[in-house]
Design a protein around this ligand. Structure first.
Ligand code: G3P
Ligand code: MG
Length: 242
């Protein structure tokens, strides 16, 4: 696994509109080697890169993402909310994002969103897209807050590196990570304790923390054994990945 210390969050959410191709390109331009993006399922079964349950915050659309079809999604501007410089940026499909990420030589943490979606609708589509399109398994981690989604990923394609995502880490984390033969545990840095970090590292898992945007906030976590920081602004940490 070619995991690096710095991963751009939603591409590079401080530098360009999150989860767009512009954000992925801005991440690459910063020098970061990996990006995290969110994949969601929409009404017609298509997979798009978008974080929220509703379209309102990050596009010119409105209403539930899950209820939209691809024709509507493709008509939306997903850049001008961030800055007029990004007017015309669109919500990418998973296919477009995978193309862009691979053409830039980046690694990928693909987070499966399950809001309003049955996992047996989204997981097979994601696994199929990756099998058809993603070339280097050593540069891919699939993560999700939804443990059942990761169990399904593991059953469908046991070769994938899986990361269990948490906000605060539950007591049964060891059982959940064992279930999916996990590669990594991803958690909210602000809710992690030193003793949890010790246990995770001792159990042999990689530890990734989100979302840290300053060197000082990361210091303690590096001491605790954090392997990678997921950040909105990769520039802040690029001295670590040079
Ligand atoms: O994958 C880390 C992080 O992206 C999880 O939270 O809500 O930003 O997708 P969220
Ligand atoms: Mg995410």
């Amino acid at each position: 696994m070619q995991l690096t210390k710095v991963i751009g969050h939603r591409g590079a959410a401080s530098l360009a509109p999150e989860n767009t191709l512009a954000a992925i390109k801005a991440a690459a331009a910063s020098g970061v080697k990996w990006v995290e993006i969110d994949v969601s399922l929409i009404a017609d079964g298509a997979l798009v890169i978008f974080h929220d349950e509703t379209l309102d915050r990050c596009s010119t659309g409105s209403g539930k993402l899950r209820a939209a079809n691809l024709e509507y999604i493709a008509s939306l501007d997903a850049g001008s909310w961030f800055s007029p410089d990004y007017e015309g940026e669109v919500i990418p499909t998973l296919t477009e994002a995978l193309d862009c990420i691979q053409s830039l030589g980046l690694g990928l943490n693909l987070e499966i969103k399950h809001d309003d979606v049955d996992i047996d609708q989204i997981v097979p589509n994601v696994i199929k897209a990756l099998q058809e399109q993603w070339q280097d398994n050593e540069k891919l981690i699939i993560s999700s807050f939804n443990h059942a989604a990761l169990v399904m990923c593991h059953e469908m394609d046991s070769s994938r590196h899986l990361g269990q995502l948490y906000e605060s880490i539950p007591n049964n984390w060891q059982e959940q990570l064992a279930d999916i033969d996990a590669f990594s545990l991803h958690c909210d840095y602000a809710l992690l304790t030193e003793s949890q970090a010790n246990d995770i590292k001792q159990a042999g898992y990689k530890l990734l923390c989100y979302t840290i945007n300053s060197v000082s906030l990361a210091e303690q976590h590096w001491r605790w054994g954090m392997d990678s920081v997921i950040t909105d602004d990769p520039n802040v940490f690029m001295h670590l990945d040079k």
